[in-house]
Every structure is written in C-alpha cells, then in structure tokens.
Design a protein around this ligand. Structure first.
Ligand code: 2YH
Length: 280
C-alpha cells in the first residue's frame, strides 16, 4: 500500500465541492451518495461526532493527513475533529468525546464506531467505493466485461464487488502468485486486449495506456500514483471518464460503512460475498 505524502492531499479539502461536481458528471452521484450506494444504505451522517487521531508510529505524522480526513468527513455532514493528543492519548480523548474514530499508521487506516462496534478499513473501503462509482458511471455492470488491474486488497475487493453484480471480471496482475485460486479470469498480461470498463488499483505508473481501452472507456482509479498514462488521463478527465482521488472516496465509504448496523467490511470478513447497493 502506498504511503500518502502531504503533497498528495494538500488541496483535497478546498477542492471537495469541485470533486462533487466532477463525480456527478462522471457517475450521477456525489461523494456522499456514492459512499451510501457502496454500502447499500442511505446512512445519515448528520448526527455523528467523529474524532481523527494522529498516529506517530512508524514513519510518523503526515502533515495535514488527519485534518484532511476530518475535512472530508465534515463535507459529508459529520461533526469531525482532530484530537489534540496523538496515539493512545488521542484514542482516549476521542473515546471520551466522539462516537466514531479514524486512525492510520503506515499500513492500516481504520474506522470504528464505538457505539455499535462496527469497523471498516481503508483498502477494502476504497475498493468498494471505486467499484461502486464505476458501476454507477457504467449504469450497471451486469454481463459487461470489467478489467481489474492490481490484485491487492483494493483490487480484490473491487473484483468481488463486480462479480457479485454479474460482471465478467478479468483480474490482471504482473505477480502470478496473487492470481492463484481467484474465481474469475486472471492474466499477467493485458497486451493486445481492449476494455471499456477498468478499475486501476495498482501502485505503478503507466499500467493503463490507450491501446488497452475502447474509445469510450471509463476508468475508476484509486491507485496512488495514478496508473493511467498522463496524456490519456487528461483526455479521460476532459470527457468525465476518469474517477480518481487519493483519499476522499475511501474515507467516505469507511464512514458510511461503520454507520451501518453491521458494516459490510465485518460481514465480508465473516464470509458474506454479496454487496447490495441501495438506490440513491
Ligand atoms: O498513508 C497511509 C497508509 N498507507 C494508508 C493510506 C490510505 N490508503 N497512512 C497514513 C499515515 C498517517 C499518519 N500516521 C498520521 O498522520 O497520523
């Protein structure tokens, strides 16, 4: 998993209204609505008090990370704040003053609802959110071929989502060991093939080039750095066919997920395979 840098997220909060407009253009839904669709429930964010706890472990604080997470949550209507203390002191402060908490170290970014004991996790929530966004942008994926590039936690969650919606999934990764025993077509090469729906969840650059896309292809790309070749990314952006943001949609889905009576993350951890998106 890529560790975000301050520069990746420096302008996120000031661009949230613009992000909503671009998401509506691409998918017909705002950030909040996509998160609700992804978890299958029109959860209400307005009664929620949430703390974000800065964590110094490992490589330490990323300047602006906690403030950006809180800003994304406030944009959704959540009463979110960053704790004044870090680490255990911050967890304690948040526990005493909020019902939900977010915290991240270098490997794990999780959310917990302290009232209903529901948990969500960023890699999973990001896969679910970007898959739901592509589903909305494509006006459904049933019986449609979908390429999922990257067989990490994000890509695998997305592949499961698409399979549960009846899509014809091709899972691509250069590491063949990550493709073993997957219940879809798998490949270590996409050269010579073309796809109209792509979820790019790799951590590499230039994975998706023009020659693997059909003319009106839509790309949903949680990957950081963006794995779409730069000129192509601009063309896709100009025609509302690229869904890409470094932190916003994953964070929004985590919040929506822990507000469910039982989070989709917990249900899938217990063996459920089908996500049932709601109408928005
Ligand atoms: O960047 C990360 C992880 N790789 C997960 C990113 C989400 N996909 N973690 C952020 C670490 C934050 C730091 N500990 C802080 O500022 O609290």
């Amino acid at each position: 998993m890529t560790r975000l840098a301050s520069s990746d997220i420096a302008t996120v909060v000031e661009w949230l209204d613009a992000l909503d407009r671009s998401l509506v253009d691409a998918t017909g839904a705002t950030l909040t609505e996509i998160a609700q669709y992804a978890v299958g429930e029109a959860v209400d964010f307005h009664h929620v008090k949430n703390s974000v706890v800065p964590i110094t472990a490992g490589q330490g604080i990323i300047g602006g990370f906690s403030q950006t997470v809180a800003g994304i949550l406030r944009h959704m209507g959540v009463d979110a704040f960053v704790t004044s203390r870090t680490d255990v002191g911050g967890l304690y402060e948040g526990r005493m003053n909020s019902s939900c908490q977010f915290a991240a170290d270098d490997d794990t970014f999780f959310a917990v609802n302290l009232e209903n004991n529901q948990v969500s996790e960023n890699g999973y929530a990001t896969g679910l959110g970007f898959a739901a966004a592509l589903d909305l942008a494509a006006k459904g994926v049933e019986n449609k071929p979908v390429l999922v590039a990257g067989a990490g936690p994000v890509g695998l969650t997305a592949a499961d989502y698409f399979a549960s919606k009846g899509a014809i999934v091709t899972l691509y990764d250069i590491d063949a060991s990550k493709l073993e025993d997957r219940p879809y077509e798998t490949t270590t090469s996409i050269a010579g093939r073309k796809f109209s729906l792509v979820l790019e969840a790799t951590t590499a650059e230039n994975v998706i080039t023009k020659d693997v896309l059909t003319p009106n292809a839509i790309v949903s790309a949680p990957g950081v750095p963006l794995g779409v070749e730069a000129k192509l990314a601009q063309e896709l952006t100009d025609s509302n066919r690229l869904i890409h943001n470094p932190l916003e949609l994953g964070t929004a889905v985590m919040m929506a997920d822990v507000l469910r009576k039982q989070s989709v993350y917990v249900r899938i951890s217990m063996g459920a395979t089908v996500v049932e998106p709601c109408m928005i």
